[in-house]
Design a binder for this molecule. Structure first.
Ligand SMILES: Cc1cc2nc3c(=O)[nH]c(=O)nc-3n(C[C@H](O)[C@H](O)[C@H](O)COP(=O)(O)OP(=O)(O)OC[C@H]3O[C@@H](n4cnc5c(N)ncnc54)[C@H](O)[C@@H]3O)c2cc1C
Length: 393
């Protein structure tokens, strides 16, 4: 951070540098601008959304009783991106048996990702620019000597997703399938909206067989849900998760997947990315970066730990267990309420967390280290991170 610039009203203001123009970085920029500061976002690529390909993603709406769009609005993010509420999902068990899951309220909002008009990424970019934030494209940062926020995405592959985006004449719909034949320890999904579609396998192990899992996924949805693709383009990506001990290194704060935030069970990371970006920016603007660890632990610590336990339990199920899992969910009248209770923090999941954390593989290292003079955005050297961070935890 430095204090040399002026805001749009001409008053001196705090400038905050942010590395990465994804959802976490832009959410941080919007919070800084709203608080009267000046955000300078440094982005590796020539535009936003470079990691994505026009694929549909689900903005989850089940981890809180309130609506996710209201939560985003409260910290200054307008839902000016294309978003479609989905209240129904069709899921197939490992034997191909179909169940329909419903809720009176949106279970998730379908959004698109990538550098094209209407996507979440482009909408966030435009909101940031309209607020007066500066985005410097093709300007990767490896150090933030003045402090700031590191929001430059994943640093490991704890899960990968491979699939196709395509055009189709099918009606809108959301489908999922759970089977280790299609997506080991993960799930396959098939989403259609207004003539566009995404089909993918998202798996947590056995990465070298991605071609096979994708072929099986496509075949399953062709047979069970009538998948038809035109003009298909292949896409893929990775994600990581970790419950960090600390993500503060002096005046450098980490947010989004750069901090490890992502639902470890199924890889829903957009909401946590924007939330953590907002919290990081808030503490910097309040001049209290030391509060960041306390704030994210209060809002995200419980859900992150629970999601690690959920992943640990899910990985133990196997195909027989997935069948029981889906049948159990099917018995509930409101799938959103059921998901909220499954993701809720409770005493026995808290007790199980230390075991789950050891058992669930993460390729991630802690983001922060404790060496005061270190201004790396990705501290590969880890400067005694392990011992010092664990001592601080
Ligand atoms: C295929 C796939 C499907 C997914 N589906 C869902 C879903 O359905 N629902 C959901 O909630 N989540 C989903 N996720 C996860 C979600 O996309 C991420 O969790 C979310 O985008 C993380 O946001 P972020 O801002 O932390 O990082 P990113 O979105 O990765 O943004 C980081 C930005 O930093 C830039 N950058 C990288 N290095 C540097 C550097 N050195 N300097 C400057 N800039 C840099 C990158 O170019 C990028 O623009 C999916 C992920 C993938 C890959």
């Amino acid at each position: 951070m430095d204090k040399e610039t002026h805001n749009r009203r001409g008053s001196p203001c705090i400038t905050v540098h942010i590395s990465g123009a994804g959802p976490a970085g832009i959410a941080a920029a919007l919070t800084i601008q709203r608080a009267g500061g000046k955000a300078i976002v440094h982005e590796l690529k020539a535009d936003v959304g470079g990691r994505f390909h026009g694929d549909f993603q689900g903005l989850e709406n089940w981890t809180t009783a309130g609506d996710v769009l209201e939560e985003l609005a409260a910290f200054g993010i307008a839902a000016s991106f294309e978003h479609t509420p989905f209240r129904e999902l069709v899921a197939f068990d490992p034997e191909g048996r179909e169940s329909v899951y419903r809720s009176p309220d949106p279970v998730f909002y379908l959004v698109r990702r990538g550098p094209n008009p209407g996507t979440l990424d482009v909408s966030l970019r435009d909101q940031a620019l309209a607020s007066g934030a500066e985005i410097r494209f093709e300007d990767p940062q490896r150090h933030l000597p003045e402090g700031g926020i590191v929001a430059d995405g994943p640093r490991g592959s704890d899960a990968i997703a491979v699939g196709y985006v395509f055009d189709t004449d099918l009606a809108d719909g959301a489908f999922a399938a759970v089977s280790d034949r299609l997506a080991p320890k993960g799930y396959s999904y098939f989403l259609v909206h207004k003539g566009r579609g995404t089909v993918a396998s998202c798996f947590f192990e056995d990465y070298h067989k991605e071609k096979i899992y994708l072929e099986r996924t496509v075949a399953l949805f062709q047979e069970k849900a009538g998948l038809r693709m035109r003009n298909e383009r292949k896409f893929g990506g990775t994600g990581n998760f970790l419950v960090p001990r600390t993500i503060q290194k002096g005046d450098i704060l980490f947010a989004g997947e750069a901090a490890g935030f992502q639902d470890a069970l199924w890889g829903f990371g957009m909401r946590y990315a924007m939330l953590s970006g907002h919290l990081a920016a808030r503490t910097l603007m309040e001049g209290k970066p030391e509060n960041y660890d306390r704030l994210w632990k209060r809002r995200l610590g419980g859900p992150m730990r629970t999601s690690i336990v959920n992943r640990y339990l899910f990985e133990k199920l196997g195909d027989e267990g997935y069948k029981r899992f889906l049948r159990n969910a099917y018995r509930k009248p409101d799938v959103r309420a059921w998901l909220r209770s499954f993701y809720a923090v409770n005493w026995w999941k808290s007790l199980l967390f230390p075991i789950a954390e050891r058992a669930v593989r993460s390729s991630r290292k802690e983001a922060a280290c404790t060496m005061e003079s270190c201004d790396c955005t990705w501290c590969r050297c880890q400067h005694e991170a392990k011992s010092a961070i664990h001592a601080a935890a």
